[in-house]
Write a protein that binds this ligand. Structure first.
Ligand code: LIP
Length: 253
């Protein structure tokens, strides 16, 4: 068994180092292409970041498993696996829009034990270990105490397939009239961290990959959020959970 605090220290250090250098590399220019659709972007810095994270974790913990958005898939023998989104919010990264991050989580195969999400533009390092609470940089964070939908600010996101995007837009027509407003910030990891620190009151999105939410879901849960991370991922403060869960279920999210 590995100590969640040791895993957290490694995740924090690597997320900050790689995020900082990714922001520097961005300024010198980079190539990019698309993956599953014309909306699904990947840059050479995504690939560099994943390769660098994998190498750093491998040096520190050579027996761990690793899975990453850009193709890493290694089975380990230690019982610990790392779940990596080297650049979450790649479209924001491509357009130089705030809202991209490096997301790194360590799992025991059934649950995340530690997670770090670093936003280099805001210099905000969100992190949590299982049972250890959640932090933004060195300060503890907690979810909003919002208990009514009409004044709740809701974050969401959209997939890359045109058919799914059309349905998600349709869902919004059944959510927006009942809440304060919607924010599409562009990255699931930071969306979940925004719930964790009360920057938004709730978040939902269908169709995320494990690397999108692995770290952010732990950070939100450790900040006191009600978190569901399945085919539909959603998170909010406990006082809003019944109303928000019913709203997105009824909207067909
Ligand atoms: C993104 C997610 C975002 C979702 C995008 C995309 P990526 O991840 O963070 O929430 O709406 O469609 O999946 O591709 O930038 O790592």
């Amino acid at each position: 068994m590995s100590d969640p605090v040791e895993l957290l220290d490694l995740a924090r250090t690597i997320a900050r180092d790689v995020g900082t250098e990714a922001a520097e590399r961005r300024q010198t220019g980079f190539s990019w292409s698309t993956k599953s659709s014309s909306a699904d972007v990947v840059t050479e810095i995504d690939t560099w970041a994943e390769d660098t994270i994998v190498a750093r974790i491998g040096q520190a913990r050579p027996d761990d498993g690793l899975i990453g958005e850009e193709g890493t898939n290694r089975t380990g023998t230690s019982g610990i696996s790392w779940v990596i989104d080297p650049i979450d919010g790649t479209t924001n990264f491509l357009y130089d829009i705030v809202g991209w991050s490096v997301s790194i989580a360590a799992s025991d195969g059934t649950r995340a034990l530690a997670g770090a999400v670093y936003d280099p533009v805001r210099d905000e390092l969100f992190s949590a270990s299982l049972g250890g609470g959640a932090h933004r940089n060195d300060s503890s964070i907690s979810v909003s105490s919002k208990d009514e939908l009409a004044t709740a600010l809701i974050a969401t996101g959209f997939g890359y397939a045109a058919e799914r995007r059309a349905h998600q837009a349709d869902v919004l027509t059944r959510v927006l009239p009942h809440v304060r407003d919607i924010r599409r910030l562009g990255g699931a990891a930071l969306d979940l961290c925004a719930v964790a620190c009360g920057r938004v009151d709730a978040y939902f999105e269908r169709g995320l990959s494990p690397w999108d939410s692995a770290a952010g879901a732990l950070i939100a849960a450790e900040a006191g959020a009600h978190v569901v991370d399945d085919a539909l991922t959603w998170a909010c403060g406990p006082q809003l959970a019944d109303a928000f869960g019913g709203l997105i279920e009824g909207a067909g999210a």
